[in-house]
Design a protein around this ligand. Structure first.
Ligand SMILES: [Zn+2]
Length: 468
């Protein structure tokens, strides 16, 4: 069989059908309290939802669906609750056979196998509008490590590469993916944290070839390291963690030139979508031009209309992830808050890998961090739009985010067009109230506009939300 990343598209599709069926029928539908209740309320069976088509018909869900009142405890309902009695039902064939054989001979070993597969042992933090824990079992961590070995391959790294990570030492999925990736790849990784003095000290100790930095702050960090006299001329790869925007990537390239790192050092991105645990990455051959490569046997990447959470097949859309084979927190059709231009199954023009690629990803675009007058916070524009879609008293709307001309503080301004018969001030009050209930913040202003003055008539939220 060809390697995992070179299989023909038809073969990948077949494998994925099988993996989706197993994940939905044997794991998520019976053992996830959230999905058990949700499928019931949608009037669907596990079997109906276990084909690619059936799965695509499920409305995508995100943190606001799981924690509707903002309490992160709701995320516990995503964690599979299997235990010993459920294990026999949801374990994969070979694992089950091995465990059952051991059960006869050594009951203690049986329990160990069950626990490795079903009991969460470690947690990372995720979330954009709120913060919630994502649970991993031992077998989940194995998947992350296995994917990590492939991440090293994608990035074109070898066991001889020395990776230093300047990511903050917080328990996040990105940090975990790098640590377990190094373990899986059998490669050295030093992770002193994001304090620039600590980072500089570490960089002076080891002959670093790969430096991993958060994409938003990488350019500044490079200049700071240069000021501290760190020599980065042996760098072959600068790994930007968190899907850089074009200006961030350009800023990093300029900083590398400024501090004398040779052009042969490539700038590549790796990104763990919010809630997920695997780092998608750009291949070395592409030098960052062909998008993020995913793991077809471990995740299914789809796109939805960010306003409705329903399947959509054109334009910039929200990226949703279904995890395959994960057993702790198990996500189906999870809304990542990322917007992308496309997910393509065409082979990568640079490396020829046949894995699906996410092209033109804008990380967290649907939950931007705004410096509002009453403090900085992430604003979930999906929730703001959700309060405006499909109402009788709003014919069209637009959401404008950005700094005010008066004092530079960010504002959330909602423009609405009510029907002719409606009282404008009643509509403004009702809209403000419903936006607060759905998104947890009051719009800075609700502007009632006359019919025909909104320029983005009927466009999806990714375009109907304007960054000023
Ligand atoms: Zn490629």
């Amino acid at each position: 069989m060809p390697a995992w990343d070179r299989r023909p598209t038809s073969q990948l599709a077949k494998q994925r059908e099988a993996a989706v069926r197993t994940q939905v029928v044997d794991a998520v539908a019976p053992f996830s309290p959230f999905w058990r209740a949700r499928l019931k309320s949608l009037g669907r069976t596990a079997t109906q939802s276990s084909t690619l088509d059936g799965l695509s018909q499920l409305p995508a869900v995100g943190e606001r669906d799981v924690c509707p009142d903002g309490d992160p405890a709701g995320a516990a309902a995503l964690v599979l609750q299997a235990g010993e009695s459920g294990f026999a039902l949801h374990a994969q064939g070979p694992v089950l056979r091995r465990a059952l054989a051991r059960r006869l001979a050594r009951p203690g070993t049986y329990r160990a196998v069950v626990e490795a597969d079903t009991r969460p042992t470690s947690y990372v933090w995720a979330g954009q509008g709120l913060r919630f824990p994502v649970a991993s079992t031992r077998s989940d961590l194995d998947l992350v490590a296995r994917a990590g070995a492939r991440l090293w391959q994608l990035l074109g790294l070898t066991g001889a590469d020395v990776v230093v990570s300047g990511l903050p030492t917080l328990p996040t999925a990105s940090v975990q993916a790098l640590q377990l990736g190094a373990l899986g790849a059998g490669a050295p990784l030093l992770a002193p944290g994001d304090d620039v003095d600590d980072l500089a000290a570490a960089l002076k100790l080891v002959p670093v070839t790969v430096l991993a930095l958060p994409s938003a702050t990488a350019a500044t960090t490079l200049d700071d390291l240069d000021d501290l006299g760190v020599d980065l001329s042996a760098l072959t790869t600068l790994l930007l963690v968190g899907a850089p925007y074009d200006d961030e990537r350009a800023g990093v390239r300029a900083a590398l030139t400024r501090i004398g790192v040779p052009d042969r050092c490539l700038v590549l991105a790796a990104h763990v979508p919010d809630g997920h645990r695997l780092a998608w990455a750009e291949c070395r051959e592409s030098a960052g031009r062909t998008g993020l490569h995913t793991y077809p046997d471990l995740d299914l990447v789809q796109m939805v209309d960010p306003e409705t959470g329903e399947a959509a097949d054109r334009g910039a859309r929200e990226v949703v992830v279904t995890q395959l084979g994960f057993r702790g927190t198990a996500l189906l059709r999870w809304r990542t808050g990322d917007v992308a231009d496309n997910v393509t199954a065409d082979p990568c023009p640079s490396c020829g890998r046949t894995v699906p690629r996410v092209v033109g990803l804008r990380s967290g675009a649907l939950v931007p961090l705004l410096a509002l007058r009453n403090g900085t916070r992430a604003v979930d524009v999906r929730a703001v739009a959700g309060a405006l879609v499909g109402r009788a008293d709003v014919q069209d709307f637009r959401i404008v985010l950005g700094p005010s001309a008066r004092d530079g503080a960010d504002e959330v301004i909602v423009h609405v067009v009510p029907p002719a018969a409606a009282d404008p001030s009643d509509v403004a009050v009702a809209v403000a109230r419903d936006v607060r209930a759905a998104a947890g913040l009051l719009p800075t202003q609700v502007v009632v506009a006359a019919d025909g003055v909104l320029p983005t008539d009927g466009a999806p939220v990714s375009r109907r939300v304007l960054q000023r």
